[in-house]
Ligand binder design. Sequence first.
Ligand SMILES: NC(=O)c1ccc[n+]([C@@H]2O[C@H](COP(=O)([O-])OP(=O)(O)OC[C@H]3O[C@@H](n4cnc5c(N)ncnc54)[C@H](OP(=O)(O)O)[C@@H]3O)[C@@H](O)[C@H]2O)c1
Length: 292
Amino acid sequence: MTTVVVQGGTDGMGRAAVLARLGRGDTVVAIGSAPEKGRRLAEEAAALGAGDRLRFIRADLSSIAENERVVAEVRERCPAVDALVLCANRQHPRRTVTADGLEATFALYYLSRYLLGHGLRAAFDAAPAPVVVNIAGAGLTAGAVRFDDLNLERGYGPIRAQLQAGRANDLLGRSMADAPSSRAHVLLYHPGFTRTAGGLAALPRPVRAVIAAAGRVAARSPQEAAAPVVAAVDDPPARSLTAVDRGRPVDLSLSTFDPAKARRLAEATRDLVLARYGPTPLLPEPLAPGAG
Ligand SMILES: NC(=O)c1ccc[n+]([C@@H]2O[C@H](COP(=O)([O-])OP(=O)(O)OC[C@H]3O[C@@H](n4cnc5c(N)ncnc54)[C@H](OP(=O)(O)O)[C@@H]3O)[C@@H](O)[C@H]2O)c1
């Protein structure tokens, strides 16, 4: 029996991956923050005859405590997790701060992925060939991780915040491969322009209209964009780290995967979680000097 956990599994590519894997007979845990989207997904699962194999967990994953609760619930129900698919993201036109005092894009689009990717390590190690698929912007050259201001207290902009978290996810992939907390292999996946609605909801109406119009012409469907994610569950990448941009392999020697920066971010993230939240079983062991 294959078990798949989809962070942000109630909309867009995450939802497409959930329904496709239910259709293949998997047990799927889908996490999202809106109860009505969870209800709709449950109805769709029931229509597929898979209602008993879907578990929806409602959680605001921009909160560290909520990630802790989700990991505990998954661990209680699923002895092994074969695949974790990371999709949750939300645009914030204005700087928004979470209950932990963290900038919300960083907290959801990067930190939740770090916490789930490490926090489920025991469940990955109970699966034969575990994989973590991180859907973001693999191989981005724009933007930067601002090590002196991860919380974007100075000069916040929504695009800057998205690019920082995207770049942080590339570094997360590198550090999960260089200093693994589990046997899970990592696939960083850039889906390209995809016709999804969730991310647009928070944008100003005129911007939303332009993007939606462009999407009708140029974007792929969530099902098409999610197809490599669905396939990676059955056929996980052979190497500990792989990056793909719309079907093309991404060169892992690009500076966005820099091992020294990856190590620096892993250490900074650990320090940030300890400072803002305190110890949590989700944190991996500290990096050994010189490792990773
Ligand atoms: N769409 C594109 O063109 C595109 C292009 C390149 C990269 N990407 C990346 O691909 C990934 C998936 O994108 P998408 O467009 O498919 O996403 P989407 O349609 O916007 O769906 C986002 C998912 O995240 C969940 N979510 C949002 N805030 C949450 C929170 N605080 N706690 C828990 N769950 C939350 C949403 O559910 P709720 O609303 O219920 O919370 C939803 O299930 C993202 O990382 C995105 O950056 C997308």
